[in-house]
Design a protein around this ligand. Structure first.
Ligand code: SAM
Length: 255
């Protein structure tokens, strides 16, 4: 392509980008929503097949099994012993279904609830034939559409690490509403002051200065803060595993 044509092409893209940004600002939407961000991520990775495998990084997360055994290992050592099997299991933020594969055999009905429509489409194309799966498109403001006391177990992995404290607390109050009495929830979240958690925090520092929280950054969180949110949301803390995925924490909760 001729150099002038190439420069004017780049210029047009920049003008178009600026125009879209201005329109967003006029309508009070200065930043893309979290769902829009994940929709884009899903579109970019839709041809990769198993979106989510890229997050199986044993060294970065501090787990002692190879990447391709990570999900089965977590299921064997944490999910299975805590959940066993149940009737209705809610997965918040299933993404491409990295953990859905091991959760489906643990229940009769799996409610996959995500704010990204594109993630849900990927999930449907991967597990669409499975009669146990029901997809629910969330609005990012809670678990609207899920009836009170209708869920036996809830699971979230790779979601609460990014949510801000207000959303974390609000989701916990929603879990209190939708869980049956005695129902269980397993939430993986950041553990900022673990050795690997701190490494992750420091990685987010340079790009985050003088900005609102950026997509993909981890929220500052500790097992103690999570325990306090759980208590204030009216739920009971069963325990917190910081020894399995040593960068993060996995909080175990009961209604
Ligand atoms: C990092 S991906 C993790 C996907 C999957 N759980 C895994 O570990 O492979 C985060 C997922 O959470 C979803 N998500 C983000 N914010 C959410 C919210 N407030 N409620 C429900 N899902 C959300 C995203 O759309 C995305 O599918």
């Amino acid at each position: 392509m001729e150099r002038r044509a190439f420069v004017s092409l780049i210029w047009s893209f920049m003008v178009l980008g600026r125009f879209k940004q201005t329109i967003r600002q006029w309508f009070g939407r200065g930043q893309p929503t979290i769902a829009e961000g994940w929709d884009r991520y899903a579109r970019r990775h839709e041809r990769d097949g198993k979106l989510g495998d890229e997050w199986n990084e044993p060294a970065a997360i501090g787990i002692d099994v190879p990447a391709d055994e990570l999900v089965a290992y977590l299921d064997r050592t944490v999910f299975g012993p805590f959940f066993g099997t149940c009737e209705v299991l809610l997965e918040i933020g299933p993404g491409g279904g990295r953990f859905t594969t091991v959760l489906l055999p643990r229940c009769r009905k799996l409610l996959a609830a995500d704010t990204s429509a594109n993630m849900l489409s990927l999930l449907k194309s991967r597990f669409g034939g499975d009669a146990r799966l029901t997809c629910l498109h969330l609005d990012g403001r809670g678990l609207r559409g899920i009836a009170d006391a209708s869920v036996d177990a809830a699971f979230a992995y790779g979601v609460f690490v990014h949510l801000q404290h207000w959303d974390i607390y609000h989701y916990l109050t929603e879990l209190r509403r939708v869980l049956k009495p005695g129902g269980k929830a397993l939430i993986q979240h950041a553990n900022t002051f673990s050795e690997l958690g701190w490494k992750r925090f420091q990685k987010d520092v340079p790009g985050s200065l003088n900005r609102h929280k950026l997509p993909g950054t981890f929220t500052l969180m500790t097992p103690e803060i999570m325990a306090e949110f759980v208590r204030r949301a009216g739920l009971a803390l069963v325990g917190c595993r910081t020894d399995v995925v040593r960068r993060d924490a996995i909080t175990l909760i009961q209604a």
